[in-house]
Design a protein around this ligand. Structure first.
Ligand SMILES: [Zn+2]
Length: 185
């Protein structure tokens, strides 16, 4: 497995530099051994190069674990089942060996090219200033988000909304429709 730097797509929209702090506990993330997740939701305008970052953040694994516990068991299982049924294991394994730039250019499930996705989310599992390629970065199209949403319980959706509102208020316009967050660690 190769060592990869964190692609610029995962830089903080606000600073255009790598994320340095956990959004929940403010832990410093760029120490060599520190693992964390970056998630970014993007809006794309077909035919234009401009993109909007709906939200982006980095979260340490401890805080990610706490959040994961807030997701109901049923929701978690439904999401896992969805990925098992809609994605072949080989795709994920192949991604460990392909360049991260390539991995986030198309939807991990639908294979849709990023330019053809009006909305999408990208995820990276990082360790200090590098990617953790055991869990390679990926992109999920808005289409997949829409399929996942009905699988989630109200409790889970409340939990996700709570997180989004806590960190990304006060612009209510970006809250519609509810952007589901999924952490696959
Ligand atoms: Zn944290």
């Amino acid at each position: 497995m190769n060592d990869y730097e964190i692609p610029k797509e995962f830089y903080s929209f606000e600073t255009d530099t790598p994320f340095e702090r956990c959004i929940e506990c403010n832990k410093y993330l760029l120490d060599e051994e520190t693992e964390y997740i970056i998630e970014k939701a993007v809006k794309n305008y077909k035919g234009y190069s401009a993109k909007d970052t709906v939200f982006d953040y980095a979260i340490c694994l401890d805080c990610a674990e706490v959040m994961r516990k807030g997701i109901s068991k049923e929701s978690w299982e439904s999401m896992m089942k969805y990925f098992q049924e809609n994605m072949d294991v080989m795709t994920r394994l192949e991604m460990q060996d392909q360049s991260p730039d390539k991995s986030i250019r198309s939807c991990m499930v639908k294979k849709t090219n990023v330019e053809d996705c009006p909305e999408y989310q990208i995820y990276a599992h990082c360790k200090g200033e590098k990617l953790n390629m055991e869990n390679p970065p990926y992109m999920i199209s808005g289409e997949v988000m829409e399929e996942l949403l009905p699988l989630l319980s109200d409790k889970t959706i409340d939990e996700m909304n709570g997180f989004i509102h806590k960190h990304f208020s006060p612009d209510p316009s970006i809250m519609e429709p509810v952007p589901p967050r999924i952490i696959l660690v």
